[in-house]
Design a protein around this ligand. Sequence first.
Ligand code: WTA
Length: 655
Amino acid sequence: MSNDRIDSILQEERQFPPPSAFAQLARIRSASELAALRERAAADHTGFWAELARKELSWHTPFQTILDDSAAPRYQWFKEGTLNVSYNCLDRQLAERGDKTAIIFEGEPGDTRHITYAELHRDVCRFANALKAQGVAKGDRVVIYMPMIPEAVIAMQACARIGAIHSVVFGGFSAESLKDRIEDAGAKLLITADGGHRGGKIIELKAAADKALNHGCASIEKVIVYKRSGHGVPMQTGRDVWWSDTIADQAAQCEPVWVESEHPLFLLYTSGSTGKPKGIQHSSAGYLLGAVVTLQWVFDIRDDDVFWCTADVGWVTGHSYVAYGPLACGATMVIYEGSPAVPDTGRFWKVCQDHRVTIFYTAPTAIRALMKHGDAIPARYDLSTLRLLGSVGEPINPEAWMWYHRVIGRERCPIVDTWWQTETGAHMIAPVPGAVPTKPGSCTLPLPGIAADVVDEQGNSITTANQGGYLVIKKPWPFMLRTIWGDHERYIKTYWGKFGGQYYLAGDSARRDQDGYFWIMGRIDDVLNVSGHRLGTMEVESALVAHPRVAEAAVVGRPDDVKGETIFAYVVLRGERPPGGIDHALTEELRLWVAEQIGAIAKPDDIRYADNLPKTRSGKIMRRLLRSIAAGVAITQDTSTLENEAILLQLQGKQ
Ligand code: WTA
């Protein structure tokens, strides 16, 4: 047996065909319709994408070259074409949908606003004119550090309208992170707010922005401040201007700046596990095409839908499925400002009920957190308008999937588990819900035109069912990242280095089952190595989460002289943490449970109970940090972005 292969131990047999009531009305309503699309893509990869680009986007000037790969991996799609993303999102809707609601906004305190397409168009034009008046021009970088309110989308759209490149920094990031990103991007202007509502508190954005600007950020000339919290904030004369003042005299029309297909629409920084954040650079045309076609294929978006993606615009999900995709499709969407736990953990379900949400898209971390509070809370709400549920950000454990299916979807709604990344721009592997049977824990099959595969250390396709390997994409796709801002070498090394520039390396481990379904096993860097067996973190965690008392679990390897590594599990229980974090009987029960579920090889050697797991601001478990704790070595990771630093003591077994 080769030592580089990744073994799979998870057995998941449940399968759910598309509900017929759903499939009957779906855009793609059968396996054969989907197969026809796939075949078209397989027969003529670039022709397939060109046809979609002509059909789904409004061009100012048409493109001639579909794909220029002469400087690969700097791929260029739809060259010579010019268009404007904001025009595609807003102006296109005016004739038929001017009075249709584009955004239903609900603030955390409960305030609501409905904004029509005509109003949104006007507001974006006004603000775009304001940006120009502040000296912003095509190609300038603008950093957006805002609460999750419609003005965040307006700011992004206004940048797109004038060809400025935005970089949104999540409002939960510290002054230090904001400063690093502003400096790396060389941003000229910062858009922020006095503060936003989150978790029953005010997040003091302007204060953090001032701190960042006082310690550097020499490129910033102006700061535009939106008044949201109404708490007074100091304004620096000559630099800071109120949003309302900047738009006061601006016209409600703004001619879009027509940009080349490849013109950068935005940079979005991802932290990754090592090194400084990478400014992932996306294009205009190819990127928008990805958002549009995946909303059609995976979300089956219709004119009468009320679409709610809970992601903040600080993440890529909030770019593709809040700020751009839904608008380019003329959809109605919900934007909610705050935390899912304010005033109580029923808030998401209340928002779904009150605004008659039909498509709901969230992250496994939120699903598991809400699952922990039981079935009674969601049962209080009328969720009958829901027709489709989605998941993104991490592998969803089969038991969390089942809970989502049963308690939220009431066994009626298909679940789309969407695998993609900041770098991929839009969904890559995901079910087409009217055509593809789903399996809990699997993101199912690649979308048409997406050449995903699982390969071994040498880059050969793995044909043995359920043998794990590297997830790769073998052909360029229009919505892929173009480079890392200011560091093209790092782009080549990170994503194209491993297999000699041939394949895009996602950095995830995955396997395919006997039906060709993809199962993401975790990040390659997190793979466990126990007695010569390499195991993904996902499968052991899922076995733990399948135990009725477990809400969440994270497993890491701890160096061991004999086995290479032993498995160290951190567990969050449904209900109370045992006193002092010790419960020997339960620990023994869980170890046996894992052994029974997936085999003795995966039995955790240590289990530690905590109230919470350490997560990044986007909700991903920080396994690297847990590894240091398990090994008993000093913590070198930045823990300032943890939601709750106090749990570190629990995780270290000190409390
Ligand atoms: C993980 C989020 C399993 C994966 C859009 C990926 C997933 C990383 C899934 C990208 C999924 C995301 N199943 N794993 N459905 N979705 N991931 O850049 O490890 O924040 O590489 O983009 O999240 O995270 P990012």
